[in-house]
Design a protein around this ligand. Structure first.
Ligand SMILES: Cc1cc2nc3c(=O)[nH]c(=O)nc-3n(C[C@H](O)[C@H](O)[C@H](O)COP(=O)(O)OP(=O)(O)OC[C@H]3O[C@@H](n4cnc5c(N)ncnc54)[C@H](O)[C@@H]3O)c2cc1C
Length: 388
Protein backbone atom coordinates (compact mmCIF):
# COMPACT_ATOMS: atom_id res chain seq x y z
CA UNK A 1 0.00 0.00 0.00
CA UNK A 2 1.26 3.50 -0.84
CA UNK A 3 1.38 5.52 2.34
CA UNK A 4 1.26 9.29 2.19
CA UNK A 5 3.02 9.88 5.50
CA UNK A 6 5.86 8.28 7.40
CA UNK A 7 4.17 8.95 10.72
CA UNK A 8 0.71 10.01 11.88
CA UNK A 9 0.64 11.62 15.34
CA UNK A 10 -2.71 11.80 17.13
CA UNK A 11 -2.92 14.74 19.56
CA UNK A 12 -0.99 18.02 19.45
CA UNK A 13 -0.41 18.47 23.19
CA UNK A 14 3.12 18.59 24.57
CA UNK A 15 3.81 14.91 23.77
CA UNK A 16 2.46 15.08 20.22
CA UNK A 17 4.29 18.30 19.34
CA UNK A 18 7.52 16.93 20.78
CA UNK A 19 7.50 13.65 18.81
CA UNK A 20 6.37 15.48 15.65
CA UNK A 21 9.15 18.04 15.97
CA UNK A 22 11.88 15.42 16.41
CA UNK A 23 10.59 13.27 13.54
CA UNK A 24 10.33 16.21 11.16
CA UNK A 25 13.84 17.33 12.14
CA UNK A 26 15.05 13.84 11.24
CA UNK A 27 13.55 14.34 7.77
CA UNK A 28 10.32 12.34 8.07
CA UNK A 29 6.93 13.28 6.69
CA UNK A 30 4.63 13.81 9.69
CA UNK A 31 0.86 14.33 9.86
CA UNK A 32 -0.24 15.74 13.23
CA UNK A 33 -3.97 15.74 14.03
CA UNK A 34 -5.90 17.23 16.91
CA UNK A 35 -9.59 17.30 17.66
CA UNK A 36 -9.19 20.98 18.61
CA UNK A 37 -8.11 24.07 16.75
CA UNK A 38 -5.32 26.03 18.50
CA UNK A 39 -5.07 27.87 20.79
CA UNK A 40 -7.04 25.50 22.99
CA UNK A 41 -7.37 25.20 26.76
CA UNK A 42 -5.78 22.30 28.64
CA UNK A 43 -6.51 21.92 32.35
CA UNK A 44 -3.11 21.85 34.04
CA UNK A 45 -1.00 23.40 36.81
CA UNK A 46 1.16 24.86 33.98
CA UNK A 47 4.40 24.26 35.85
CA UNK A 48 7.48 22.98 34.02
CA UNK A 49 10.45 21.98 36.16
CA UNK A 50 14.16 21.71 35.12
CA UNK A 51 13.95 18.30 33.42
CA UNK A 52 11.17 19.65 31.22
CA UNK A 53 13.15 22.84 30.53
CA UNK A 54 16.16 20.74 29.50
CA UNK A 55 14.20 19.04 26.72
CA UNK A 56 12.61 22.32 25.66
CA UNK A 57 16.17 23.66 25.33
CA UNK A 58 17.03 20.62 23.21
CA UNK A 59 14.06 21.45 20.97
CA UNK A 60 15.26 25.04 20.67
CA UNK A 61 11.98 26.43 21.95
CA UNK A 62 13.14 28.13 25.17
CA UNK A 63 13.84 31.55 23.55
CA UNK A 64 10.13 31.64 22.66
CA UNK A 65 9.21 31.19 26.33
CA UNK A 66 11.70 33.61 27.90
CA UNK A 67 10.23 36.97 28.84
CA UNK A 68 6.74 35.66 28.08
CA UNK A 69 6.20 33.25 30.96
CA UNK A 70 7.10 33.47 34.63
CA UNK A 71 10.39 31.77 35.44
CA UNK A 72 10.68 29.89 38.72
CA UNK A 73 13.88 29.26 40.65
CA UNK A 74 12.83 26.62 43.15
CA UNK A 75 10.14 25.15 45.35
CA UNK A 76 8.66 26.19 48.67
CA UNK A 77 6.94 23.36 50.54
CA UNK A 78 4.55 24.13 53.39
CA UNK A 79 3.18 21.77 55.99
CA UNK A 80 0.60 22.57 58.65
CA UNK A 81 2.82 22.15 61.71
CA UNK A 82 6.31 21.55 60.29
CA UNK A 83 6.72 25.01 58.82
CA UNK A 84 8.10 25.69 55.38
CA UNK A 85 11.15 24.52 53.46
CA UNK A 86 12.55 26.60 50.58
CA UNK A 87 14.92 24.99 48.09
CA UNK A 88 16.39 26.40 44.89
CA UNK A 89 16.57 24.07 41.89
CA UNK A 90 19.90 22.36 42.58
CA UNK A 91 22.97 22.44 40.36
CA UNK A 92 22.98 18.86 39.09
CA UNK A 93 24.45 17.42 35.89
CA UNK A 94 23.29 19.43 32.85
CA UNK A 95 19.89 20.33 34.26
CA UNK A 96 19.00 24.02 34.02
CA UNK A 97 18.30 25.68 37.36
CA UNK A 98 14.99 27.19 36.37
CA UNK A 99 11.42 26.30 35.57
CA UNK A 100 8.50 28.05 33.89
CA UNK A 101 4.84 28.55 34.70
CA UNK A 102 3.39 28.58 31.20
CA UNK A 103 -0.42 28.64 30.80
CA UNK A 104 -1.18 25.77 28.46
CA UNK A 105 -3.51 27.78 26.25
CA UNK A 106 -0.43 29.69 25.05
CA UNK A 107 2.33 27.15 25.66
CA UNK A 108 0.80 24.34 23.61
CA UNK A 109 0.26 26.64 20.65
CA UNK A 110 3.90 27.72 20.77
CA UNK A 111 4.99 24.06 20.73
CA UNK A 112 2.53 23.16 17.97
CA UNK A 113 3.77 26.12 15.88
CA UNK A 114 7.37 25.04 16.55
CA UNK A 115 6.58 21.58 15.16
CA UNK A 116 4.91 23.14 12.10
CA UNK A 117 7.98 25.30 11.51
CA UNK A 118 10.06 22.11 11.51
CA UNK A 119 7.92 20.83 8.61
CA UNK A 120 5.05 18.97 10.30
CA UNK A 121 1.66 19.04 8.51
CA UNK A 122 -1.08 19.88 11.05
CA UNK A 123 -4.83 19.38 10.84
CA UNK A 124 -7.05 20.83 13.60
CA UNK A 125 -10.71 19.94 14.31
CA UNK A 126 -9.86 16.37 13.30
CA UNK A 127 -11.22 13.80 15.71
CA UNK A 128 -9.59 10.37 15.49
CA UNK A 129 -12.17 7.63 16.02
CA UNK A 130 -10.19 4.47 15.44
CA UNK A 131 -7.00 2.84 14.26
CA UNK A 132 -6.73 1.14 10.89
CA UNK A 133 -5.29 -2.32 11.50
CA UNK A 134 -4.09 -4.73 8.82
CA UNK A 135 -2.75 -8.19 9.63
CA UNK A 136 -2.27 -7.17 13.26
CA UNK A 137 -0.28 -4.04 12.41
CA UNK A 138 -1.56 -0.49 12.88
CA UNK A 139 -1.26 1.23 9.51
CA UNK A 140 -3.32 4.37 9.97
CA UNK A 141 -6.27 6.14 11.56
CA UNK A 142 -9.88 6.94 10.84
CA UNK A 143 -10.97 10.46 11.68
CA UNK A 144 -13.79 12.92 11.20
CA UNK A 145 -13.32 16.53 10.19
CA UNK A 146 -15.91 19.06 9.17
CA UNK A 147 -18.63 16.40 9.36
CA UNK A 148 -16.82 14.12 6.91
CA UNK A 149 -15.07 10.78 7.49
CA UNK A 150 -11.46 10.26 6.46
CA UNK A 151 -8.88 7.51 6.59
CA UNK A 152 -5.14 8.16 6.45
CA UNK A 153 -2.31 5.66 6.42
CA UNK A 154 1.31 5.83 7.52
CA UNK A 155 4.22 3.58 8.42
CA UNK A 156 3.78 4.38 12.10
CA UNK A 157 1.04 5.86 14.27
CA UNK A 158 1.93 7.71 17.47
CA UNK A 159 -0.86 7.94 19.98
CA UNK A 160 -0.47 11.20 21.95
CA UNK A 161 -4.12 11.86 22.64
CA UNK A 162 -3.81 12.38 26.39
CA UNK A 163 -5.73 11.00 29.34
CA UNK A 164 -8.92 10.51 27.32
CA UNK A 165 -7.09 8.17 24.94
CA UNK A 166 -9.29 5.25 23.96
CA UNK A 167 -8.66 3.91 20.46
CA UNK A 168 -5.06 2.83 21.10
CA UNK A 169 -6.02 1.10 24.33
CA UNK A 170 -8.55 -0.93 22.34
CA UNK A 171 -5.78 -2.05 19.98
CA UNK A 172 -3.50 -2.96 22.89
CA UNK A 173 -6.34 -4.68 24.78
CA UNK A 174 -5.88 -2.45 27.82
CA UNK A 175 -9.07 -2.56 29.85
CA UNK A 176 -10.34 -0.14 32.51
CA UNK A 177 -9.35 -2.72 35.13
CA UNK A 178 -5.77 -2.86 33.81
CA UNK A 179 -5.32 0.87 34.00
CA UNK A 180 -7.57 3.18 35.95
CA UNK A 181 -7.36 6.78 37.11
CA UNK A 182 -6.27 6.97 40.74
CA UNK A 183 -6.09 10.71 41.20
CA UNK A 184 -7.80 13.91 40.27
CA UNK A 185 -6.25 17.36 39.88
CA UNK A 186 -8.33 20.49 40.21
CA UNK A 187 -7.35 24.01 39.26
CA UNK A 188 -8.45 27.61 38.74
CA UNK A 189 -6.65 30.89 38.04
CA UNK A 190 -6.65 33.65 40.68
CA UNK A 191 -5.57 37.28 40.68
CA UNK A 192 -4.62 39.37 43.71
CA UNK A 193 -2.64 36.56 45.37
CA UNK A 194 -0.42 38.01 48.11
CA UNK A 195 3.16 37.18 48.97
CA UNK A 196 4.13 35.03 45.99
CA UNK A 197 7.39 35.40 44.10
CA UNK A 198 9.63 33.20 41.95
CA UNK A 199 9.00 29.91 43.74
CA UNK A 200 6.50 27.17 43.00
CA UNK A 201 4.54 26.62 46.18
CA UNK A 202 3.38 23.18 47.32
CA UNK A 203 1.12 22.73 50.33
CA UNK A 204 1.17 19.42 52.19
CA UNK A 205 -1.36 20.74 54.69
CA UNK A 206 -3.20 18.36 57.03
CA UNK A 207 -6.67 19.09 55.61
CA UNK A 208 -5.60 17.84 52.17
CA UNK A 209 -3.38 14.85 52.99
CA UNK A 210 -2.56 12.55 51.28
CA UNK A 211 -3.30 15.14 48.59
CA UNK A 212 -1.49 18.44 48.10
CA UNK A 213 -2.35 21.98 47.15
CA UNK A 214 -0.33 24.33 44.98
CA UNK A 215 0.10 27.99 44.10
CA UNK A 216 2.15 28.44 40.92
CA UNK A 217 2.96 32.10 40.25
CA UNK A 218 2.43 33.66 36.84
CA UNK A 219 3.56 37.17 37.80
CA UNK A 220 1.69 40.31 38.93
CA UNK A 221 -0.20 38.47 41.66
CA UNK A 222 -1.82 36.04 39.22
CA UNK A 223 -1.45 32.33 39.98
CA UNK A 224 -2.56 28.87 38.99
CA UNK A 225 -4.07 27.48 42.20
CA UNK A 226 -4.98 23.84 42.57
CA UNK A 227 -5.30 20.64 44.51
CA UNK A 228 -4.33 17.07 43.64
CA UNK A 229 -6.09 14.32 45.59
CA UNK A 230 -6.86 10.64 45.34
CA UNK A 231 -10.16 9.71 43.73
CA UNK A 232 -11.02 7.46 46.69
CA UNK A 233 -10.76 10.46 49.00
CA UNK A 234 -12.96 12.59 46.75
CA UNK A 235 -15.56 9.82 46.75
CA UNK A 236 -15.27 9.31 50.54
CA UNK A 237 -15.78 13.02 51.15
CA UNK A 238 -18.66 13.14 48.69
CA UNK A 239 -17.96 16.72 47.62
CA UNK A 240 -17.53 18.61 44.38
CA UNK A 241 -14.22 19.74 42.89
CA UNK A 242 -15.15 23.35 43.69
CA UNK A 243 -15.73 22.45 47.35
CA UNK A 244 -12.32 20.75 47.50
CA UNK A 245 -10.54 23.76 46.02
CA UNK A 246 -12.51 26.17 48.23
CA UNK A 247 -11.45 24.19 51.30
CA UNK A 248 -7.80 24.72 50.34
CA UNK A 249 -8.32 28.40 49.52
CA UNK A 250 -10.31 29.22 52.67
CA UNK A 251 -9.31 26.78 55.38
CA UNK A 252 -5.64 25.86 54.91
CA UNK A 253 -3.29 27.35 57.48
CA UNK A 254 -0.73 28.90 55.14
CA UNK A 255 -2.30 29.15 51.67
CA UNK A 256 -5.48 30.85 52.91
CA UNK A 257 -3.42 33.85 54.09
CA UNK A 258 -2.06 34.39 50.58
CA UNK A 259 -5.44 33.83 48.96
CA UNK A 260 -7.69 35.85 51.26
CA UNK A 261 -7.81 38.88 48.93
CA UNK A 262 -7.62 36.87 45.74
CA UNK A 263 -10.36 36.72 43.10
CA UNK A 264 -11.03 33.61 41.07
CA UNK A 265 -10.81 34.30 37.33
CA UNK A 266 -12.45 31.24 35.85
CA UNK A 267 -14.43 28.11 36.56
CA UNK A 268 -12.89 25.42 38.78
CA UNK A 269 -12.11 22.35 36.68
CA UNK A 270 -10.90 18.92 37.73
CA UNK A 271 -9.52 16.12 35.56
CA UNK A 272 -8.69 12.53 36.38
CA UNK A 273 -5.04 11.49 36.45
CA UNK A 274 -3.86 8.17 35.02
CA UNK A 275 -0.50 7.75 36.71
CA UNK A 276 2.51 5.45 36.92
CA UNK A 277 2.63 4.27 33.29
CA UNK A 278 1.18 1.31 31.43
CA UNK A 279 3.13 -1.95 31.18
CA UNK A 280 3.33 -2.03 27.41
CA UNK A 281 3.09 1.06 25.23
CA UNK A 282 4.08 -0.43 21.86
CA UNK A 283 2.69 -2.82 19.26
CA UNK A 284 3.27 -3.42 15.56
CA UNK A 285 3.10 0.00 13.90
CA UNK A 286 2.03 2.02 16.96
CA UNK A 287 3.44 3.65 20.08
CA UNK A 288 1.76 5.46 22.99
CA UNK A 289 3.39 8.50 24.59
CA UNK A 290 2.62 11.10 27.28
CA UNK A 291 -0.66 10.80 29.20
CA UNK A 292 -1.93 8.25 26.67
CA UNK A 293 0.68 5.94 28.19
CA UNK A 294 -0.09 7.10 31.76
CA UNK A 295 3.27 8.87 32.11
CA UNK A 296 2.40 10.98 35.16
CA UNK A 297 4.35 10.91 38.41
CA UNK A 298 2.08 9.56 41.20
CA UNK A 299 3.80 11.76 43.78
CA UNK A 300 3.68 15.11 42.04
CA UNK A 301 1.07 14.80 39.30
CA UNK A 302 3.69 16.16 36.91
CA UNK A 303 3.38 14.89 33.37
CA UNK A 304 4.77 17.48 30.95
CA UNK A 305 8.43 16.53 31.30
CA UNK A 306 7.60 12.85 30.70
CA UNK A 307 5.34 13.75 27.78
CA UNK A 308 8.09 15.81 26.15
CA UNK A 309 10.80 13.23 26.82
CA UNK A 310 8.67 10.26 25.75
CA UNK A 311 8.13 12.13 22.47
CA UNK A 312 11.86 12.30 21.93
CA UNK A 313 12.41 8.60 22.77
CA UNK A 314 9.55 7.56 20.47
CA UNK A 315 10.97 9.68 17.64
CA UNK A 316 14.41 8.07 18.08
CA UNK A 317 12.94 4.56 17.95
CA UNK A 318 10.75 5.34 14.93
CA UNK A 319 13.61 7.04 13.10
CA UNK A 320 15.79 3.92 13.49
CA UNK A 321 12.90 1.64 12.48
CA UNK A 322 12.13 3.70 9.35
CA UNK A 323 15.76 3.51 8.27
CA UNK A 324 15.54 -0.30 8.12
CA UNK A 325 11.89 -0.55 7.04
CA UNK A 326 10.93 -2.51 10.13
CA UNK A 327 7.46 -1.66 11.44
CA UNK A 328 7.20 -4.38 14.04
CA UNK A 329 6.78 -4.01 17.78
CA UNK A 330 10.37 -5.22 18.13
CA UNK A 331 11.62 -2.15 16.27
CA UNK A 332 10.09 0.01 19.03
CA UNK A 333 11.61 -1.83 21.97
CA UNK A 334 14.23 0.86 22.59
CA UNK A 335 11.34 3.24 23.36
CA UNK A 336 9.82 0.88 25.92
CA UNK A 337 13.26 0.32 27.42
CA UNK A 338 13.92 4.06 27.80
CA UNK A 339 10.58 4.53 29.57
CA UNK A 340 11.42 1.70 31.96
CA UNK A 341 14.93 3.03 32.64
CA UNK A 342 14.35 6.78 32.82
CA UNK A 343 10.84 7.08 34.27
CA UNK A 344 9.77 3.97 36.16
CA UNK A 345 11.96 4.38 39.22
CA UNK A 346 10.50 7.84 39.85
CA UNK A 347 7.00 6.43 39.45
CA UNK A 348 7.74 3.59 41.90
CA UNK A 349 9.32 6.01 44.36
CA UNK A 350 6.31 8.34 44.03
CA UNK A 351 3.85 5.52 44.69
CA UNK A 352 5.79 4.46 47.79
CA UNK A 353 6.06 7.99 49.22
CA UNK A 354 2.36 8.68 48.74
CA UNK A 355 1.50 5.55 50.73
CA UNK A 356 3.94 6.58 53.46
CA UNK A 357 2.83 10.22 53.57
CA UNK A 358 -0.81 9.61 54.44
CA UNK A 359 -0.25 10.59 58.08
CA UNK A 360 0.07 14.31 58.88
CA UNK A 361 2.73 13.72 61.56
CA UNK A 362 5.04 12.12 58.97
CA UNK A 363 4.69 15.05 56.56
CA UNK A 364 5.06 17.64 59.32
CA UNK A 365 8.20 16.04 60.77
CA UNK A 366 9.72 15.48 57.31
CA UNK A 367 9.33 19.17 56.36
CA UNK A 368 10.65 20.16 59.78
CA UNK A 369 13.75 18.05 59.10
CA UNK A 370 14.23 19.10 55.48
CA UNK A 371 13.99 22.82 56.23
CA UNK A 372 17.01 22.61 58.55
CA UNK A 373 19.37 21.04 56.01
CA UNK A 374 20.23 22.38 52.56
CA UNK A 375 21.53 18.95 51.59
CA UNK A 376 18.31 17.16 52.59
CA UNK A 377 16.23 19.86 50.93
CA UNK A 378 18.09 19.40 47.64
CA UNK A 379 17.94 15.62 47.82
CA UNK A 380 14.20 15.75 48.43
CA UNK A 381 13.70 18.21 45.58
CA UNK A 382 15.79 16.14 43.17
CA UNK A 383 13.50 13.17 43.71
CA UNK A 384 10.46 15.41 43.54
CA UNK A 385 11.46 16.76 40.10
CA UNK A 386 12.98 13.49 38.81
CA UNK A 387 16.60 14.55 38.46
CA UNK A 388 18.72 11.87 40.06
C1 LIG B 1 -5.32 19.90 36.93
C2 LIG B 1 -4.04 19.33 36.41
C3 LIG B 1 -2.84 19.92 36.78
C4 LIG B 1 -1.63 19.46 36.25
N1 LIG B 1 -0.49 20.14 36.56
C5 LIG B 1 0.67 19.80 35.96
C6 LIG B 1 1.82 20.60 36.16
O1 LIG B 1 1.80 21.64 36.83
N2 LIG B 1 2.98 20.21 35.55
C7 LIG B 1 3.03 19.10 34.76
O2 LIG B 1 4.12 18.79 34.23
N3 LIG B 1 1.93 18.32 34.55
C8 LIG B 1 0.74 18.66 35.10
N4 LIG B 1 -0.38 17.93 34.84
C9 LIG B 1 -0.29 16.80 33.91
C10 LIG B 1 -0.18 17.32 32.45
O3 LIG B 1 -1.25 18.19 32.18
C11 LIG B 1 -0.18 16.16 31.45
O4 LIG B 1 0.70 15.16 31.90
C12 LIG B 1 0.25 16.62 30.06
O5 LIG B 1 -0.63 17.57 29.55
C13 LIG B 1 0.33 15.42 29.10
O6 LIG B 1 0.53 15.87 27.79
P1 LIG B 1 0.00 15.03 26.55
O7 LIG B 1 0.51 15.73 25.35
O8 LIG B 1 0.30 13.60 26.75
O9 LIG B 1 -1.59 15.14 26.62
P2 LIG B 1 -2.56 16.47 26.42
O10 LIG B 1 -1.77 17.64 26.82
O11 LIG B 1 -3.77 16.10 27.12
O12 LIG B 1 -2.75 16.48 24.85
C14 LIG B 1 -3.57 15.55 24.20
C15 LIG B 1 -4.09 16.18 22.91
O13 LIG B 1 -4.81 15.18 22.17
C16 LIG B 1 -5.98 15.74 21.62
N5 LIG B 1 -6.92 14.63 21.44
C17 LIG B 1 -7.51 13.87 22.41
N6 LIG B 1 -8.28 12.92 21.85
C18 LIG B 1 -8.17 13.08 20.51
C19 LIG B 1 -8.74 12.39 19.40
N7 LIG B 1 -9.54 11.34 19.57
N8 LIG B 1 -8.45 12.83 18.15
C20 LIG B 1 -7.61 13.89 17.97
N9 LIG B 1 -7.04 14.57 18.99
C21 LIG B 1 -7.32 14.16 20.23
C22 LIG B 1 -6.42 16.77 22.66
O14 LIG B 1 -7.24 17.77 22.08
C23 LIG B 1 -5.08 17.32 23.14
O15 LIG B 1 -4.67 18.46 22.40
C24 LIG B 1 -1.62 18.34 35.38
C25 LIG B 1 -2.81 17.71 35.02
C26 LIG B 1 -4.02 18.20 35.52
C27 LIG B 1 -5.31 17.53 35.11
Amino acid sequence: MLMSYDVIVVGAGVAGSSVSYYLAKAGHKVFLLDKCEFPREKVCGDSITPRGVRILEDMGVVPKLEGRFKETKGVRIYSSKGGCSVTDFPAYKDYPRRGFVAPRIEFDKILRDHAEEAGVYFSGCSFVTNAVVESGRVIGVKYTSDGKDFEETAKFVVCADGASSTFAKKVLNITKDDFRATGIAIRAYYEGVDDIDDYMEIYGEDILLPGVGWIFPQGNGVANVGVGIYLDDLEKNDCSVTEILDRFVNSSIHASKKLKNAKRLNQVVGKKLYMGGIKKAICDGMVLIGDAAGLINPLTGEGMMYALESGKYAAEAIDSALKVNDFSEKSLESYQKNINIFFNRYFSFGTAVVRFAKKPWIVNSSINLIKKSKMLGELNLRYWISIN
